[in-house]
Write a new protein. Structure first.
Length: 428
């Protein structure tokens, strides 16, 4: 009988309509086997065994298809038998039949029944947990360095003096007893490149880069948030030298006095423990950087010496930085006669995110114009300057809040850099 015979075709159609019908599928497999289509028969029997693993007819058909002799007849009144141990011969199966070999043979034709292990009741056991803390290799070609940060020379100088210089001179560090432990808090308005700078610092050190956000740590199950925080630092210690970057530190380490949740307080406590290390050398080679828009909301214990005792204000990009950012966002767009110097002056006060938005709006204007006229045109200065007029500096609300802090909450001179900037810009 041919595989295209009307009976086999009809049975295939019926099996497709009722895939759970084991007897119907086995009848199709029987006809295929009798017609000499062994591979097709094996595939059908394998699917039937997925639905009914103990079906004697399916096992007998599989044995025939694999060239094994038929199973001996069972006695009329079989005695009760104990359940077969894993890997032992299945009841009714041909003697010597290798089920593992049969499973391998039909592996390409039959999909696996289970693709991942179930989670435990507390949410652990996720197959992705093992890869949850991937450390980026900043020594690889193309990694970001401080030279890739356009402008912002003041920020680079402060980074060099407060953080990088001691780490680049191990002999002087040893002479003066300077530990490799260190914490630096980057703060400022949103969209000004704090994360990019942290990645560049890791590149300068040739260290691994482990970025952590609030979503990576916080968990609904009691105790899991603390465990996640511990695993972050354990990963960094194993792969030292490594930069741990804690984004939105105010969310991970907010003031405990304002926190109603005991879980959040415990998470802050765990962070404090990890920053201190089990002993003096536990965090050697682990550099902790953090970023926040609201440093005044960070728990005071995190700001004491030995933790995030150094702060760096990251302001909206200066003119050279704005020019570099605009060049980057326009590099793959069709442009003509763009005066970056003039555009950089016109965008004073805009953050890096604002500048990216300006380029998007300008491109959208040119695109819509091209769609209306049916003629593709380039992006010009008129598009970009028009986009600048439509863009409100996103940092202005931040400076309005920061002004109150600079005036009334600058105990110990923590925000002297911010006060200097506000006075320079006549915002104080």
């Amino acid at each position: 009988m041919s595989a295209d015979s009307p009976l086999i075709v009809s049975l295939r159609t019926a099996v497709s309509a009722a895939p759970q019908d084991v007897p119907l599928r086995l009848h199709l497999a029987q006809l295929l086997l009798d017609a000499g289509h062994v591979d097709a028969a094996v595939a059908e029997v394998a699917i039937a065994l997925q639905h009914a693993p103990g079906d004697a007819q399916a096992r007998e058909l599989m044995g025939r298809a694999m060239g094994m002799p038929p199973a001996p007849q069972a006695p009329a009144e079989p005695k009760p038998q104990a359940p077969a141990a894993p890997g032992s011969q299945a009841p009714g199966a041909p003697q010597g039949f290798d089920w593992h070999a049969a499973e391998d043979q039909v592996g390409d034709a039959v999909p696996p029944r289970f693709v991942e292990a179930p989670l435990a009741e507390d949410g652990s056991g996720d197959p992705g947990d093992a890869e949850a803390w991937d450390v980026e290799d900043t020594a690889a070609p193309g990694a970001v360095r401080l030279a890739d940060v356009g402008g912002m020379q003041d920020v680079k100088d402060r980074l060099e003096a407060a953080f990088l210089a001691p780490l680049r001179n191990p002999e002087l560090r040893k002479l003066y007893g300077k530990s490799l432990r260190g914490g630096l808090l980057l703060y400022g308005p949103p969209g000004c490149g704090k994360t990019f700078i942290a990645r560049a610092v890791a590149g300068e050190l040739g260290a691994g880069f482990l970025s952590v956000s609030v979503n990576d740590v916080l968990d609904m199950w009691i105790g899991n948030s603390e465990r996640n925080m511990h695993e972050v630092f354990e990963t960094a210690r194993r792969q030292a030298p490594c930069v741990v970057f804690l984004d939105e530190l105010d969310a991970l380490g907010g003031k405990r006095s304002r926190t109603q949740s005991s879980g959040m307080r415990n998470t802050v406590n765990q962070l404090l423990t990890e920053l201190d290390g089990v002993d003096a050398a536990a965090n050697e080679g682990v550099f902790v950087l953090a970023a926040t828009n609201v440093p005044w909301d960070v728990d005071l214990a995190l700001r004491r010496p030995g933790r995030f005792d150094r702060t760096l204000l990251v302001l909206p990009p200066d003119a050279p930085a704005r020019e570099a950012i605009l060049r980057y966002h326009l590099r793959e767009r069709p442009i003509e006669n763009i005066d970056l110097g003039k555009l950089a002056k016109a965008t004073e006060g805009l953050s890096g995110a604002d500048l990216a938005h300006v380029c998007e709006v300008a491109a959208e204007s040119a695109l819509l114009d091209s769609a209306r006229t049916g003629t593709v045109r380039m992006i010009g200065m008129k598009d970009l300057l028009g986009a600048v007029k439509q863009t409100v500096p996103s940092a202005d609300p931040w400076f309005a809040s920061a002004r109150n802090v600079a005036m009334y909450a600058n105990e110990g001179g923590t925000y002297d850099d911010l006060v200097t900037y506000l006075k320079k810009k006549r915002k104080l």
